[in-house]
Design a protein around this ligand. Structure first.
Ligand SMILES: Cc1cc2nc3c(=O)[nH]c(=O)nc-3n(C[C@H](O)[C@H](O)[C@H](O)COP(=O)(O)OP(=O)(O)OC[C@H]3O[C@@H](n4cnc5c(N)ncnc54)[C@H](O)[C@@H]3O)c2cc1C
Length: 257
């Protein structure tokens, strides 16, 4: 088993992963950023509706070390936010490794490193298993990254129509995961999402609960044991992401002194 070594391994390239990468870059700390999708900020680029705007004013939504341009309005549209993220990635030269789905992360006491098993779905030779090792592991996999279908009482006897999961929505046209599409007069979002960490993070019994929520309470929610951190999992939106990312990078810098 050949491992690719990195000082810091970041799982996820949404705003949390990007913010952490930028803060590490400012401290000149090398990192690798693993993303299971084929782009960064996939929630914003691929899985959100066109009319979406940030619901908090812009001074609460920027990422570390790069404020929004003064020309941006107070409440930023999805398209402008994506443009800002594109500029952010260029500015900090962030290069995620795409189509890398993290399947298992365990702490190895002997080497004092996190060993991360990844499935690379982008390889030209089909899907390939890869391993990464790092002194620090940053969980930036999002609060809403996995679709979740709850058990609903009475669903089996429901006489209405239950359609498969939604792949994307363009205007009033809905594309379903089975490839069919239908148009609707109105669409009401009652969707459930689930954090994914319980599926792959195994070497931790301190930081994150089975529900993926940090167990230590605010303001200590971002730091685990053995070089484990989480960013963006404390239900504080982009404002919380900004603070978590700065704290994590500062803490890693301090550990490396
Ligand atoms: C519709 C919507 C609107 C929102 N509006 C606001 C707002 O106005 N203001 C605000 O402050 N917050 C808002 N939020 C909340 C939050 O700021 C966003 O959800 C933000 O995108 C969170 O960033 P993140 O990087 O933590 O998670 P995500 O954006 O979900 O990114 C997580 C990334 O991790 C990747 N990933 C997950 N699991 C794995 C794995 N096992 N291996 C590899 N990669 C993995 C995912 O593919 C994804 O790219 C909104 C959220 C939603 C859903």
């Amino acid at each position: 088993m050949e491992e690719q070594a990195a000082e810091v391994i970041i799982v996820g390239s949404g705003p949390s992963g990007l913010a952490t990468a930028a803060c590490l870059k400012v401290h000149s700390i090398p990192y690798v950023i693993l993303e299971r999708e084929d782009c960064f900020a996939s929630l914003w680029k691929k899985y959100s509706y066109d009319r979406l705007h940030l619901h908090l004013a812009k001074q609460f939504c920027d990422l570390p070390h790069m404020p929004f341009p003064p020309s941006y309005p107070s409440f930023i549209s999805k398209n402008l936010f994506v443009k800002y993220l594109d500029d952010y990635v260029s500015h900090f030269n962030i290069i995620p490794l795409y189509r890398r789905s993290v399947e298992l992360a365990n702490y190895d006491e002997a080497s004092r490193k996190w060993i991360v098993k990844v499935m690379n779905y982008g390889s030209t030779s089909g899907k390939v298993e890869e391993y990464y090792s790092g002194k620090f592991l940053v969980v930036a996999s999002g609060e809403a990254s996995n679709p979740f279908t709850p058990d609903i009482d009475g669903l089996s006897t429901f006489t209405g129509k239950v359609l498969p999961g939604i792949e994307s929505i363009r205007g009033n046209e809905v594309l379903f995961v089975n490839g069919q599409s239908h148009s609707f007069d109105s669409i009401i979002f009652c969707t459930g999402f689930k954090r994914s960490t319980d599926m792959w993070l195994k070497g931790d019994d301190y930081l994150l609960g089975e529900d993926g929520i940090p167990k230590p309470s605010f303001p200590d929610h971002w730091k685990g044991k053995n070089g484990l951190y989480c960013v963006g999992l404390s239900r504080r939106g982009l404002y919380g992401i900004n603070a978590d990312a700065r704290n994590i990078a500062d803490d890693i810098k301090f550990s490396l002194l």
